[in-house]
Design a protein around this ligand. Structure first.
Ligand SMILES: [Zn+2]
Length: 200
């Protein structure tokens, strides 16, 4: 099995997780029905070249949440954080670099766009998020969010942004290689991509 990030074949199986266990746990813990998303057993693999640990199912697909799934998570008070420690790092990165005049910021997987409130006033912010409810929450506060994947967004927004960031999102995407490549395509030349993830 090839690594989903660096495409190396130097991977090994750590564990196989039955789909029944996952669907049962989602229902028991969060009252979310995931049977239409998790249709096959999941394999947990480790890439010995880039050190990524990742899940992929027995049909070589990475199950990911859809809009309905994230709308369900959105009902949980704790799911969309109002603060992540990475926000401070990126805000400081922007404010301490004088070359950023009216910086254009793209956040991918922005939830309710809490990060937008940490940006300097001269920043122009665009967030991408699959949850339609999160978009409504952000819009009510005058924040611009689009319900579109970064891969689709990148087709019509190349070379537009000074900074692209994602916070604890990379572990949710099925194809991290294309996800990062699409973010890079949206950047003006020599600009910055950054973020944080729990497992990366
Ligand atoms: Zn790898």
């Amino acid at each position: 099995m090839k690594c989903i990030l660096c495409h190396s074949a130097n991977t090994h199986l750590l564990e196989t997780i039955p789909k029944e266990n996952l669907n049962h746990l989602y229902h028991k813990s969060l009252r979310i029905n995931t049977s239409s998303l998790i249709k096959n057993d999941l394999r947990y693999l480790h890439c010995k070249d880039c050190d990524l640990r990742f899940f992929i199912d027995t049909q070589d697909k990475v199950p990911t949440g859809d809009g309905a799934f994230y709308n369900s998570l959105n009902q949980l008070q704790w799911y969309y954080f109002s603060y992540k420690h990475e926000y401070d790092y990126v805000r400081d990165f922007i404010t301490q670099d004088s070359s950023f005049q009216n910086p254009r910021i793209l956040e991918v997987g922005c939830g309710k766009a809490a990060f937008a409130k940490y940006l300097p006033e001269n920043a122009q912010y665009v967030g991408l998020e699959l949850s339609t409810q999160a978009k409504q929450m952000a819009q009510s506060q005058g924040i611009h969010i689009e319900n579109i994947t970064i891969e689709e967004f990148a087709k019509t927004h190349q070379d537009e942004f000074d900074i692209s960031c994602s916070f604890q999102v990379l572990e949710h995407v099925s194809n991290p290689y294309e996800f990062l490549r699409a973010q890079i395509a949206c950047l003006k030349s020599d600009k910055t991509i950054g973020g944080g993830g729990k497992s990366y």
